[in-house]
Design a protein around this ligand. Structure first.
Ligand code: Q0Z
Length: 303
């Protein structure tokens, strides 16, 4: 197991953006290097320890779904030998976790699709209703399956949390034509991915897509259908009416709950066995969802 990638490092490429666990660099005016690090957040706090290969698991899942979905997207290549200015060490560190992508004009809303009533949507519903619950019937319980998946966009808050917005607000931001196109595309992709996941014994409870325009085309961008952008539940752990353990993060959350920690930074240090156990769960998520061995994925990246 190699050294987990925790920080941005010093790539000889201009740094464009940092997310909590991802980095973007510029390759040329039309191409970006999209990097998934091994950082992990829990309860919205970035933990002090990285999870080795977590970024590779997420990148492998994104690649799997780009391939499976066959919908116009930003992926250009995973071949870093064509990217100038990287050292051999950097190529090795980036292998399996970086994608060369087409630079797009990012659509300014997060395209969230929910098949189940959970998370912020459940909290809105329980507390009397909000933007995501406009079209829902009364009498639903936490984690209930919805009759139809719903499109519940959110704005990208630069600080703090994404904010759920109403259909009317979304139509004002996007215009009716783009709204309809994004809703149709998002629900279609969610539905196909959820049908696929069901065959693997996994429920895709909800997910968040990003889209962007390039050369007049609407592309699916960013990471897709990863555990960081989606809520995956093992089908056999599904029981409506309460909390459902998440596939990837439940183990580390359960350990954090044993600690005297108020969920504001700094978080407690993770013991080695918790790091290792968390890695195993990410690898298991990769293998369960793709049906392929993670070692084979690592080998395919030349490591
Ligand atoms: C995605 C994000 C991250 C912070 C910009 N193909 C694209 N073209 C233009 N912009 C983006 C993409 Cl993917 C783009 N984000 C989200 C990712 C760190 C923010 F790694 N920001």
């Amino acid at each position: 197991m190699g050294t987990a990638l925790r920080c941005r490092g010093v790539l000889a490429l201009p740094h464009i953006a940092s997310g909590k666990v991802r980095e973007i660099y510029e390759i040329d005016p039309d191409h970006l290097l999209f990097v998934a690090t091994d950082r992990i957040s829990a309860y919205d706090v970035i933990l002090n320890q990285a999870i080795p290969d977590k970024g590779r698991v997420l990148t492998g899942l994104s690649l799997h779904f780009f391939d499976l979905l066959d919908t116009p997207n930003h992926l250009v290549s995973t071949d870093l030998s064509q990217v100038d200015g990287l050292t051999e060490d950097q190529r090795a560190e980036l292998a399996g976790r970086a994608m060369v992508v087409r630079r797009a004009e990012v659509v300014p809303v997060e395209c969230v699709v929910r098949g189940y009533l959970y998370g912020s949507s459940w909290r809105e519903y329980r507390d009397g209703g909000g933007p995501t619950t406009e079209h829902l019937p009364d009498g639903l319980r936490q984690a209930d399956k919805l009759d139809e998946p719903i499109f519940t966009p959110a704005t990208k808050a630069t600080t703090g949390h994404d904010e759920n917005i109403t259909e009317g607000q979304t139509r004002e931001i996007l215009g009716d034509d783009l709204y309809e196109e994004l809703r149709t595309r998002s629900i279609d992709i969610y539905t196909r991915a959820n049908e696929y996941a069901a065959e693997k014994g996994v429920i895709l409870a909800d997910t968040k897509f990003e889209f962007g325009h390039a050369n007049g085309e609407l592309l699916l961008i960013d990471e897709v259908l990863t555990p960081d952008s989606s809520r995956y539940w093992p089908t056999d752990a599904y029981e409506p009416g309460g909390e459902i353990p998440s596939f990837d993060k439940q183990y580390v959350r359960d350990w954090l709950e044993t600690q005297p920690w108020d969920k504001s930074p700094p978080p407690p240090d993770l013991p080695e066995e918790i790091v290792t156990g968390t890695r195993e769960r990410y690898v298991e998520a990769y293998e369960r969802i793709t049906g392929e061995s993670f070692d084979a994925y690592l080998e395919s990246t030349g490591r």
